[in-house]
Design a protein around this ligand. Structure first.
Ligand code: 3HC
Length: 301
């Protein structure tokens, strides 16, 4: 069944090569998904060779893990590994028809990345962004061909969560959107068309949900109580474990976007800031004096 609002699939263009900009954990997960599902060459890039090598090594490692679980055969291992490459030179993206960026969540950086890519790729190549909350229309606004920019927002862990938010910017044309839906389907994701509103749909709900849990901690509820209060709802993860999975810095970025757009409805939290500063190495607990402290002993996810 055609997703609501999706253009006719006959408009979709064929994708024969994929580019992924960014070689961090999210980008690595995305590269792996494209490789497995589309079985076309996937090229990764980042700001230096070390990051690129790490990204490619991550993908190779995940391919080996899939083989270890019996999900793919030895022949597939070799095929998938031969399809993934890394390059510092954007020329390697010249023949890519679908490029997904998963770089730092800053508008000017994303505009710069797409602006630079435009010099190499064909005018029809799709430029997709995995942004969590930034405006797709604004990202496209500085480009020569803004009509090929789409939001393509995945959820962590990428291999497991079925949802994919597809975002139409003000300039996005039907052929680009149809191609995005076609690729999403090939990736076996459940695609939904969402409007280009701050944080789209899922993250604005998540910000509200996690934000209220943190607000209750800010107001004095012990961390453990707030974190466990939702257990009876049968959620797959408790709120703070989910926050760790999302990454506190990303969560804070989404929160800031929502606060800027709707200051009355979305507050900022010092505790969230403390969590970001502490990184991903522990979760909070209540110490003997009743203070909320970070517990580095708690195992990482
Ligand atoms: N990374 C990669 N894969 C993971 C993972 C992780 N952190 N955690 C679990 N998995 C994989 C496992 O390897 C396993 O794969 P397999 O079937 O190939 O062996 C599969 O997930 C299931 O794992 P489990 O058996 O451990 O299953 P659980 O029942 O514990 O489920 C979960 C794990 C799917 C992560 C579940 O806890 C869940 O759905 N949590 C909520 C996640 C969520 O809400 N994510 C959205 C975050 S918002 C976001 O990403 C948007 C961004 O913009 C902020």
């Amino acid at each position: 069944k055609k997703p609501a609002g999706a253009p006719d699939k006959s408009l979709a263009r064929q994708v024969n090569k994929v580019g992924v900009v960014g070689a961090g954990l999210m980008a690595g997960q995305l590269a792996l998904l494209f490789l497995r599902r589309l079985q076309v060459p996937v090229v990764l890039t980042d700001i230096d060779q070390e990051r690129i090598d790490k990204g490619v090594a991550y993908v190779h490692g995940e391919i080996d893990k899939l083989a270890g679980k019996g999900r793919i055969t030895g022949d597939e291992v070799n095929k998938l590994k031969s399809l993934v490459s890394g390059s510092l030179d954007k020329q390697a993206f010249a023949d890519a028809d679908f490029i997904l960026e998963a770089v730092f969540e800053k508008m000017s950086i994303k505009q710069q990345v797409f602006g630079e890519l435009e010099r190499y790729v064909s005018p029809e190549a799709i430029l997709a962004t995995n942004t969590s909350s930034l405006s797709v229309s604004e990202m496209a606004s500085t480009l020569e061909h803004p009509e090929r920019v789409v939001g393509f927002h995945f959820f962590n862990p990428v291999a497991v969560l079925p949802l994919l938010e597809v975002v139409r910017g003000t300039s996005t044309d039907d052929a680009s959107l149809a191609t995005a839906f076609s690729v999403g389907k090939q990736l076996k994701k459940s695609c939904v068309l969402v409007s280009d509103a701050p944080a789209f749909v899922v993250n604005r709900l998540l910000t509200r949900f996690l934000g209220e849990v943190i607000a209750s901690v800010d107001e004095g509820t012990p961390f453990e109580v707030a974190d466990r209060a939702l257990n009876p709802l049968g959620l797959p993860m408790s709120p703070m474990v989910l926050l760790e999975l999302v990454g506190p810095a990303i969560a804070q970025h989404v929160n800031e976007t929502m606060h800027a757009a709707y200051p009355q409805r979305f507050g900022l939290s010092e505790n969230l800031q403390r969590f970001v500063e502490a990184g991903k190495t522990g979760v909070w607990r209540t110490d003997d004096q009743g203070n909320q402290v970070l517990d580095p002993e708690v195992a990482e996810l």
